[in-house]
Design a protein around this ligand. Structure first.
Ligand SMILES: [Zn+2]
Length: 268
């Protein structure tokens, strides 16, 4: 299969060089909530989310924010605060409620396509560990309270919480290979249905390190681009195409140019 993945060989198995820079770890971290795919046996990101196909957390490469524009402020804070550990939380319907599925220890960062001016940093893990999901209410206190508190997408956590959550995860067997297999299975399912693994991206294949070079920051003349569009419509300044998408995409689905989309006003 031509698009065979480098399974089990995310950033963790690589020493990333230019344009990646080493992240200094201060011990702090983040809880990050993501949508998981309702079709999946393991709680991988919601690849089939309608009009907003998810690419993060991108465990195939061990990256976050390289391919998507998700959570720019979290990525920015992680880089500036050395908050290197991201724990991933998601809601498993209908029975399990909020669970913790694993974590990244971020070892490297670089500017994304939208550049530092847009707080767009890509993160790469030097270690990741995904597990049999733990219902957050089953964690010991104070972790249960911290993880089940109301917050929408992300929350900074202190070094003590990071260490405690990390040992709770590290006690559990490594399931990352099962998660990776599930990403491939869901992409195959989506492709069979629509011809695309990521229809809202116009993307037939999954993601691998061979895609990364397109997503690095190369344009010194970048300006600020809003990360959301009220109309959920975006116009490409290269080809003029207007797309509908819940989130800003880094690559135009039609002409495949990078960092060309800006919010389109209603009625255009
Ligand atoms: Zn375009």
């Amino acid at each position: 299969m031509r698009e065979a993945r480098e399974h089990g060989e995310g950033a963790a198995a690589r020493r990333l060089g230019d344009p990646w820079r080493k992240l200094h770890d201060t011990g702090r971290g983040y809880l990050s909530v993501y949508f998981s795919d309702p079709l999946a046996r393991w709680p991988v990101r919601e690849i089939t989310r309608p009009a907003d196909n998810k690419s993060d957390p991108n465990i195939e490469t061990g990256t976050y924010g390289l391919f998507s524009t998700c959570e720019p402020s979290m990525r920015n804070r992680i880089v500036h605060d050395g908050a290197a550990t991201i724990f991933f939380l998601t809601t498993r319907k209908p029975h399990q409620g909020r669970v913790i599925s694993g974590y990244y220890h971020v070892g490297w960062y670089t500017e994304g396509t939208q550049g530092a001016v847009n707080r767009d940093y890509a993160l790469a893990a030097d270690r990741m560990h995904f597990i049999d999901p733990i219902a957050v209410e089953d964690l010991a206190e104070p972790l249960a309270g911290i993880c089940s508190a109301q917050f929408r997408t992300m929350k900074p956590i202190d070094a003590e919480t990071v260490a405690a959550l990390r040992s709770a995860c590290d006690e559990r067997p490594e399931r990352t290979a099962d998660y990776l297999g599930e990403v491939t299975r869901i992409e195959t399912f989506a492709r069979a249905r629509s011809g695309y693994a990521y229809p809202s991206w116009g993307r037939e294949a999954g993601f691998s390190w061979s895609d990364a070079h397109d997503y690095y920051q190369t344009d010194a003349e970048l300006s600020r681009v809003p990360n959301s569009s009220k109309s959920r419509k975006w116009r490409c300044r290269e080809c003029g195409y207007v797309i509908k998408s819940g989130a800003l995409l880094k690559k135009c689905p039609l002409c495949k140019q990078m960092a060309t989309l800006t919010p389109a006003e209603e009625g255009t």
